[in-house]
Design a protein around this ligand. Sequence first.
Ligand code: SAH
Length: 346
Amino acid sequence: MNLKSLTLPELADIFKELGQPAFRAKQVYTWLHKGVRSYEQMTNLPKELRELLERQYPICPPEAVRRQESRRDGTIKYLWRLSDGNCVETVLMRYHYGNTVCISTEVGCRMGCAFCASTLGGLVRRLEPQEMLDQVLFTQVDSGLPVSHIVLMGIGEPLDNFDNVLRFLELVNSPEGMNISMRHISLSTCGLVPKIDALAERKLQLTLSVSLHAPNDEIRNRIMPVNKAYPMEQLLEACRRYYQATSRRISFEYAMIRGVNDSQDNARELLERMKGLPAHFNLIPLNHVEESPLQPSTRGAVAAFQKTLEDGGIPATVRRTLGGDIDASCGQLRRNYTRQTEKREP
Ligand code: SAH
């Protein structure tokens, strides 16, 4: 068990069993959530306690095996090696409103989206709550940049790792920990309908992002296998329920793929489908993935699509691409690293 996956009350229980006073639990919790790499750094703890914790609950911080920094916009991308040797990536983006960390929630992904590099090798395993927290903590420690916003848009499908993701949110939101407001957190899903309903029940103030990427089932089935389990109408119904339960406007992601989902007809059909659902669209020019024949839309097609949505009353922004010079998207760093090491160790 890793102490960093525990909430403060749970940690307090462990310290009680160890015969330690309650304030020690709070001290340790605070240190752990600062991203210390060893108990030795916990200077206000008695030496014997530090040694006992080191023996029973080693911290096992992730190791940065790759670090790339964009010269253009300061985006930093990390590839972390976890304690079992698996790797995940984290991206730090510098926006005017604050430093934002994009974290992975799984090692690999089983959703199979046709345009995505993270899913090419399938799902290896889900991340523990502390492994998600560590990405935020150690990105902050390594970069020296205070993190104020988090997006769950890295490798993996957060709602396919529901319990661990919810626990991570509780940890990162805790006042004694990083104290990051739910309003500064976005969670992105490919559209697991029952899990969207389960999330709605929690009434969290985070932003739900739904990866829609298509105006109809025919196109969505082609690029997102999850649509066969939860077709678009069911998904949009779940979004309506989510909005009713939380009063939080949903943000929709739409990766613009040349000749697949980017025509004016597609935009008009999308407008029609979205009627009555308060939404915001993020149009993302597709990031080309080597293994895939899909190509990004032209700038003109993206602009025309945006205009049609906006004219129809749906706010749409074209996502600025950051870190274009450093493979900073969706599983590409892990993929390239795994390929290189596979070549070296056949
Ligand atoms: N599994 C979650 C979150 C991870 S992906 C989800 O599907 O939402 C984060 C976003 O990046 C998703 O909208 C995903 O569809 C998109 N994405 C994946 N590969 C992409 C690519 N090659 N180009 C542009 N967007 C991509």
